[in-house]
Design a protein around this ligand. Structure first.
Ligand code: YNC
Ligand code: MG
Length: 402
């Protein structure tokens, strides 16, 4: 088992749990091959330029037909032009880390993998790393051991930039998760979710009861809540980095990262649509005391249905002063998070989302139940490449520190 992964610098299952966090294997730049490994004949490597609408569309099409589906194959992620740009073009992104495989004859794009640079903090250590995502192989090329070739190639290209560590997530179990989360879903348009097969009708209930249960009000309640603006970047950054100290695994963002990942900017071309929604709470003294954010990711409905897509909002980063300081008032903190998330739901509805998704990480355990999120069947495992770290607790019952 794990013919490929057992050759890689990742911890084995059940490895001793008392060691110092740190790199597994130390390499030098000279040892990194200058050229990619050959592909099976008939295929060739290419770089994909996500900022180019045509090449972006090629990646979009590959993912739309062949990327991640749920277990029952009812839905498949459907990434937009804008979300691909947002996800793959953060500060210091590199075109050569957007790796494609084309059929030599037709030039059709048949596989893809990407990496973006980031600094992550694992407990007290800052790790200069990449985040690997969008690994995708055309359905007709599956089970041919192409995935290891793609992974080794993106590794080589990271290594060429002297990046030796990576973080990645996946629904499947590989050696060895550093943490595991569960997906939670909060219906907004229950009727639509029911019609697409996303939400079941619980035994003994009726559609009208479900619709009533998930009713979301029209107006927000928090005083001083407004959309994040350019002028808030410093304050949001300051609040977020202090807040993320609560957790053992977190990105180490600078202000440019906050601007990229959290601030919605005016569209630069006609193809662009909004990806990220961030709201801040500003108090009477003009101080930013809280913020929350969510991004838009649609899923295609694969079954015959009058609905072609489910429009999902994914809870992204948030922070609140009530969770900070030496003596956090747990009740006040919990109350505040619930107030923030209940307003987030209102804003999701106003922006025409069908469902609000969140993971069992950060302090989400304090509001998931009260805000009527239900546990999904999907799990998300977090992995570190070439970095040994003691497991980080997951799940919402325990105090979660991811
Ligand atoms: C996966 N998701 O175990 P063993 S998530 C990592 N992540 O190897 P083949 C995976 N490895 O077990 P197929 C993986 N899925 O023999 C499979 N593998 O050691 C391993 N699905 O290769 C698998 N996207 O080519 C096995 O498999 C080997 O044809 C088998 O292709 C797999 O983006 C895949 O779920 C996933 O498109 C491409 O099924 C294909 O089945 C597909 O025979 C739908 O491969 C889409 C999908 C995955 C989404 C993601 C994160 C990827 C992380 C990759 C690891 C990065 C490591 C860090 C590198 C940089 C380092 C630096 C510095
Ligand atoms: Mg394959």
């Amino acid at each position: 088992a794990y013919k490929f992964w057992s050759t890689q610098p990742v911890p084995n299952f059940g490895e001793e749990s008392k060691f110092e966090d740190g790199p597994i294997k130390v390499q030098t730049l000279e040892s990194v091959p200058k050229e990619p490994a050959p592909l099976i004949s008939g295929f060739e490597w290419c770089d994909m330029d996500i900022s180019n609408p045509q090449e972006n569309e090629e990646v979009r099409e590959l993912l739309q037909g062949h990327y991640v589906e749920d277990d029952e194959a009812l839905f498949r992620f459907n990434y937009s032009y804008s979300i691909l740009k947002w996800a793959m073009m953060p500060p210091n992104w590199k075109k050569q880390w957007h790796v494609g495989v084309r059929a030599s004859a037709s030039k059709k794009l048949v596989a893809f993998i990407s990496a973006v640079p980031l600094e992550i903090r694992v407990r007290k250590n800052i790790v200069h790393a990449s985040e690997v995502n969008f690994l995708c192989i055309h359905k007709k090329l599956r089970s041919k051991r192409l995935a290891p070739v793609l992974i080794k190639e993106v590794t080589r290209r990271c290594n060429l930039e002297e990046v030796w560590q990576a973080i990645y997530t996946g629904g499947i179990v590989l050696p060895t998760p550093v943490s595991t989360c569960r997906y939670y879903h909060r219906a907004i348009d229950w009727q639509k979710l029911y019609e697409t097969g996303f939400s079941p009708l619980p035994a003994g209930s009726k559609p009208q009861y479900q619709v009533r249960k998930y009713h979301v009000p029209e107006n927000t309640k928090l005083k001083g809540l407004r959309e994040m603006q350019e002028k808030d970047v410093d304050a949001v950054h300051d609040l977020l980095i202090r807040y993320l100290q609560r957790y053992d695994l977190a990105p180490d963002w600078n202000k440019e990262d906050v601007r990229h990942w959290l601030l919605h900017k005016k569209a630069k071309d006609q193809l662009e649509e909004q990806v990220i929604w961030t709201y801040v709470v500003e108090d009477e003294n003009k101080k930013i005391t809280d913020f929350f954010s969510f991004y838009c990711l649609e899923s295609s409905v694969l079954r015959e249905s009058k609905h072609k897509v489910v429009r999902a909002a994914y809870l992204f980063y948030y922070a609140t002063e009530t969770g900070l300081g030496d003596n956090v008032d747990r009740e006040a903190f919990k109350t505040r998070l619930n107030a923030l998330m209940s307003d987030a739901l209102v804003l999701c509805k106003r922006n025409k989302f069908d469902v609000f998704n969140a993971l069992s990480l950060m302090d989400n355990g304090l509001f998931l139940e009260e805000q009527k999120f239900g546990a999904g069947d999907g799990q998300l495992h977090y992995y570190l490449f070439n970095y040994r770290a003691n497991a980080i607790a997951g799940g919402v019952d325990k105090r979660n520190r991811l």
